[in-house]
Design a protein around this ligand. Structure first.
Ligand code: SF4
Length: 339
């Protein structure tokens, strides 16, 4: 049986980005990779390989602000992607990421004419103070304007958030998340801010002028955001940075990077959900309980090194175990007391 979904990632360098976001290492990004010189040939080989194994494949341009690259180059990339999409029915989408201030109607008409299906917007924060301290070079108003413009086109809209930037507080992060909900995106990606080497943020960190979130803080914040977005039926495409070469190649100086960041967040969500179920339950005399979860969810409910089960036992004095059951939906939990 074919697997459902795969992506063909194309790294688009951003040599001449005029912006100076404090968290970005342009040298590392632009030096990390180049798009293949024969992009059509590369895409064709990838499509032939993947289309026999996956029912849906998308072409994903990432690595910079796609709509900020010179128009002839943009058209060169888009033409190759469009041609492949026409030749392979399994290629169901073309996605790209960009900045809010690089969106206008003319560009969106161009993207649409080449069959782009999803636009990801690097929002990072909706607090002007945080955006200014992060030297993003745009304001929250630019994001609102870009989202309004995007909403009049049939693209899937994904917003990328970066909690933990300079100037961020619990309050600014919460407000950004609440405003994000009001923008009604189709989905979000949550990338807590890490300190990359050779960036202005790294210098600020080494001077003692910037303290990144810890992994634990970032996981708790991400779990709060996931709860809010899921409650509003906004899908979450990713939590935490990819273990890409950029990160593994000693790129991270400090901050909340963990190779299993998304899994840690899911573990916290399970812990909170189980605690909610146990609230107001009469536990006196109970000694053992079983937590039923959907197939494949056992490790998330158990937690790394059984952390969730240990914390639950400390808190409730009951010994918990986890079992997978076909009768439980993904994300749901059923509790049953054994003794
Ligand atoms: S994050 Fe994007 S917009 Fe900001 S400096 Fe880096 S490449 Fe440019």
């Amino acid at each position: 049986m074919k697997q459902k979904h795969a992506s063909i990632p194309i790294f688009v360098p951003h040599f001449a980005c005029p912006n100076h976001c404090v968290f970005c290492n342009q040298k590392r990004i632009s030096g990390a990779s180049q798009p293949p010189s024969d992009l059509y040939g590369f895409l064709k080989a990838a499509a032939e390989n993947l289309s026999s194994r996956f029912s849906e494949v998308d072409i994903a341009f990432f690595g910079g602000s796609f709509t900020g690259i010179p128009k002839p180059e943009m058209i060169h990339y888009l033409s190759a992607a469009k041609r492949i999409r026409e030749e392979f029915p399994q290629i169901t989408g073309i996605r790209l990421s960009t900045r809010p201030d690089y969106i206008n109607e003319e560009i969106l008409h161009l993207l649409l004419s080449y069959g782009v299906t999803a636009v990801e917007l690097g929002v990072q924060s909706l607090d002007d103070g945080v955006l200014s301290l992060s030297e993003r070079g745009h304001t929250a108003a630019d994001t609102f304007r870009a989202v309004e413009c995007l909403k009049s086109f049939p693209f899937e809209l994904i917003l990328q958030l970066m909690p933990g930037l300079p100037g961020d507080t619990g309050e600014t992060i919460r407000k950004t998340a609440e405003q994000t909900v009001l923008l009604h995106p189709d989905g979000v990606r949550i990338y807590p801010c890490v300190v990359l080497r050779d960036t202005p943020l790294a210098k600020a960190y080494l001077r003692g002028d910037f303290s990144p979130l810890t992994v634990e803080e970032a996981v708790e914040i991400s779990a709060d955001l996931c709860t809010l977005f899921r409650a509003n039926r906004i899908k979450i495409l990713r939590v935490g940075l990819h273990s890409s070469d950029l990160v593994q190649n000693h790129g991270v100086l400090a901050g909340p990077f963990h190779p299993a960041f998304g899994e840690l967040t899911e573990q916290v969500l399970y812990f909170r959900q189980i605690c909610r179920l146990l609230e107001n339950r009469l536990l006196s005399g109970r000694k053992q309980a079983e937590i039923l979860v959907a197939p494949g969810e056992r490790s998330k409910a158990t937690g790394q090194k059984r952390k969730n089960l240990i914390l639950l036992q400390e808190r409730y004095g009951v010994e918990f175990s986890v079992r997978e059951s076909e009768s439980v939906l993904p994300g749901d939990v059923i509790l049953s007391f054994l003794l």
